[in-house]
Design a protein around this ligand. Structure first.
Ligand code: NAD
Length: 679
């Protein structure tokens, strides 16, 4: 029997919009709010935005809500419909508490609520999960309508989501995805950041980031593992440190304790290093400190540097946060002649002028005011700050530090700002982490961020899946070829310690890097455990979009594709379509993830395992495609690891037949080209 609170929650979900305009919901002052956005609409545009917003609510409410929506647009640059934010607690509830006709729909509601949980989301009242503007819905009416549709949907319907807007339920069939999401799809010539700001203000598009708009975000844990792998492999590649023990006492300096960047501190400690991380936003810094994601937090640089020196001397793996601007930290290191071994940056430079990067010399509040009141002046301040930022990084790199771009468009935006980031050959002077580390060491071999969520919301279920995963990975490691054995061993170490590292924020979720074989074996093991009752409820499997096949992005995921096709997006679009027709429960395709609007196309999926034979069929078919699509493309681009991986995959599966390219002799190309083109 459901408790009265649950009954009320269920009734509210089923109702969608309330009968009358509700009173404004209570707002927790501790919740971080999105900055005011620029409003680049002319008089007609503002009227259109208002008309667009009012179509969500009954005409009888218009007189009351029109002025309120207009005020939101004027004051915030967007119409969030704050009045409609539900008063109930926003969190991933156990599956059985959702009013739904299918377990698939209930699982999607679980995932949506997790993405909006104030403990998880960056600006939950503005429906932003991470990355400054990674949006689940554009406004609260969209949320209410979507939850109602999910509560009504049968297995003969598919819910269609246009950039947060629920277009509706359409007749389909049981094998079709229950939800198909697109975010920010625009005509290519209208894909500049300014187009985004204008279209978002009109309420017709949204920035889904990667896992925000696809309901697959699992808090900073989702990225801790990838970041730990990056720091570990950076240690191996740049410093020759083969083990955690050898990374001890090595210092990694970076910025950002936000949605994803919040994982850096914990990941570096897991890898054995000393992490010094600057964060300009007190709310973000204190949230991560309170959650235990960063060990120590100081407001003055003297203490930060003293603690860093102590930790280095005692080889203590520890994370030390500086509440302030990262440029001040870098410049101080230069001035005091303090060397560090590793450096990076995870400010949100994919949205440099709308809240992603705070310029040195201004407080957070001053930065936010300037951004809203005088966008050109704010842009100039950001660019001046980036030039200082790079000058300091260059000085430390000149003294031996290894720096990499963390896929946040740091080099791209610093270059656009006129900072000294170019090498003599016209390429960036620092590698992107995908070019050097993730691409050749992980993605080309099919290893990427597989994740799962226990919809019982019961930590005991998660512990069971951890134990199952450790068994599967240990077996795979024992039989792995030398090319992939290290990957499996890293993952084994990770999963064995995952419970002790207290990584869960929000839903009961786990992540590890895995290849096609591993992902299928893990999913099948979970499905069997649901079937025989070792797990008490369905498990959702999915992945970050930042993966082998999910994302086309020349500045990040496909930065190590060098046949010219890094500017093409066939892989990500094919992946979305291919997942949809192979059994995914929901699929999504986005413009504008981590490196900026117009710079990336990315997609993802969710698949609900419910213990049935049907789930076994789907997981096998879909995961095979979801990984091997990208390996095949990477192999066609002549990437060595991918050529190895696709041949191995074809040897395992007679139905997989992939076009593998021949390598032309460099000398032949050179001789033929110079004789023909005389260049
Ligand atoms: N973690 C990963 O593995 C990963 C991978 C790829 C890309 N990224 C990129 O990293 C970026 C960060 O992602 P996020 O979700 O954490 O974004 P976020 O906006 O939640 O966090 C960024 C943080 O940087 C802080 N910040 C901005 N300017 C600063 C400055 N000058 N000094 C100190 N702090 C400053 C902000 O206050 C914010 O808290 C994004 O561009 C994302 O695409 C991360």
């Amino acid at each position: 029997m459901a408790t009265p609170i649950t009954t009320d929650f269920q009734a509210q979900i089923r109702r969608g919009l309330p009968a009358d305009p509700p009173p404004p919901p209570p707002a927790d002052p501790a919740v971080s709010r999105a900055p005011r956005r620029p409003l680049p609409l002319d008089a007609a545009g503002k009227r259109l935005a208002l008309r667009n917003a009012l179509r969500y609510v009954p005409a009888a409410w218009h007189r009351e809500l029109a002025p309120e929506f207009a005020r939101e647009l004027a004051e915030l640059g967007r119409i969030y419909m704050h009045r409609l934010r539900p008063a109930y607690e926003m969190r991933a509830r156990p599956l059985g508490e959702y009013p739904a006709r299918t377990r698939q729909a209930a699982a999607i509601m679980h995932m949506i609520q997790n993405n909006l949980d104030p403990a998880v989301a960056q600006h939950p009242y503005e429906l932003i999960t991470y990355g400054g503007n990674g949006t689940v819905f554009q406004n609260w009416a969209q949320y209410l309508l979507t939850m109602r549709y999910l509560s009504e949907m049968s297995e003969d319907q598919t819910l269609v989501m246009y950039s947060g807007h629920p277009l509706g339920l359409f007749p389909s069939h049981a094998d079709a995805p229950r939800v198909i999401v697109t975010n920010g799809m625009v005509i290519p010539n209208h894909s500049s950041p300014d187009d985004y700001t204008r279209l978002a203000a009109l309420g017709v598009t949204s920035y889904g980031q990667m896992t925000a708009g696809s309901y697959m975000y699992i808090g900073p844990q989702g990225i801790v593992h990838g970041t730990a792998i990056t720091v570990m492999n950076a240690g191996r590649l740049y410093l020759g440190c083969q083990s955690e023990e050898e990374l001890r006492g090595k210092v990694f300096v970076t910025a950002g304790l936000g949605g994803m960047s919040g994982a850096q501190a914990k990941a570096a400690v897991i890898a054995g290093a000393v992490c010094v991380v600057a964060e300009v936003n007190p709310e973000a810094a204190r949230k991560r400190h309170a959650q235990g994601w960063v060990d120590e937090l100081y407001e003055d640089l003297d203490t930060v540097l003293r603690r860093m020196a102590e930790a280095r001397a005692t080889r203590q793996p520890v994370s030390i946060a500086y509440l302030g601007n990262v440029v001040d930290l870098w410049e101080r290191l230069v001035r005091d002649g303090i060397d560090v071994e590793l450096g990076s940056d995870q400010t949100s430079l994919h949205i440099p002028f709308t809240g992603g990067y705070y310029p040195a010399g201004l407080t957070l509040a001053e930065g936010n005011r300037l951004q809203a009141d005088d966008p050109p002046a704010f842009k100039a301040a950001v660019q001046a700050s980036l030039r200082r930022h790079v000058t300091a990084v260059n000085a430390l790199a000149g003294r031996g530090m290894k720096f990499w771009d963390y896929g946040n468009a740091f080099l791209l935006e610093a270059g656009r700002a006129g900072a000294d980031v170019m090498a003599a050959d016209g390429t960036f002077r620092y590698p992107s982490y995908v070019e050097d580390i993730m691409g050749p060491m992980c993605f080309d071999y099919g290893f990427g961020p597989f994740r799962w969520v226990c919809t019982s919301a019961d930590p005991r279920d998660l512990a069971t899946t951890d134990a199952l995963a450790a068994e599967v990975i240990a077996e795979l490691a024992a039989g792995a070829p030398p090319e992939t054995r290290q990957q499996y061993l890293d993952n084994l170490r990770w999963i064995r310690r995952a419970g002790d590292n207290h990584l869960v924020v929000g839903s009961q979720a786990r992540i590890l890097y895995s290849d096609d074989q591993g992902r299928r074996r893990l999913a099948a093991a979970f499905n069997a455990a649901i079937r025989d009752g070792r797990l008490s409820a369905p498990v959702v499997i999915g992945r970050d979009h930042h993966d082998v096949s999910g994302t086309d992005s020349p500045y990040r995921e496909t930065a190590n594709i060098r046949d010219g096709s890094q500017w093409c997006a066939d892989m990500a679009v094919q992946n979305f379509a291919g997942d949809a027709c192979r059994g995914a429960t929901w699929v999504s395709l986005h413009n504008g993830g981590g490196v900026g609007w117009g710079e990336v196309i990315n997609g993802g999926f969710g698949l609900v395992l419910d213990g049935t034979a049907d789930a076994d069929r789907r997981l096998d078919l879909m995961l095979n495609w979801d990984v091997n699509n990208g390996i095949a493309r990477r192999a066609w681009a002549r990437n060595e690891g991918a050529e190895f991986a696709i041949r191995a995959a074809m040897a395992r599966d007679p139905l997989l037949r992939v076009t593998v390219g021949e390598h032309a002799d460099d000398e032949l190309i050179e001789r033929t080209a110079s004789e023909t083109f005389h260049d």
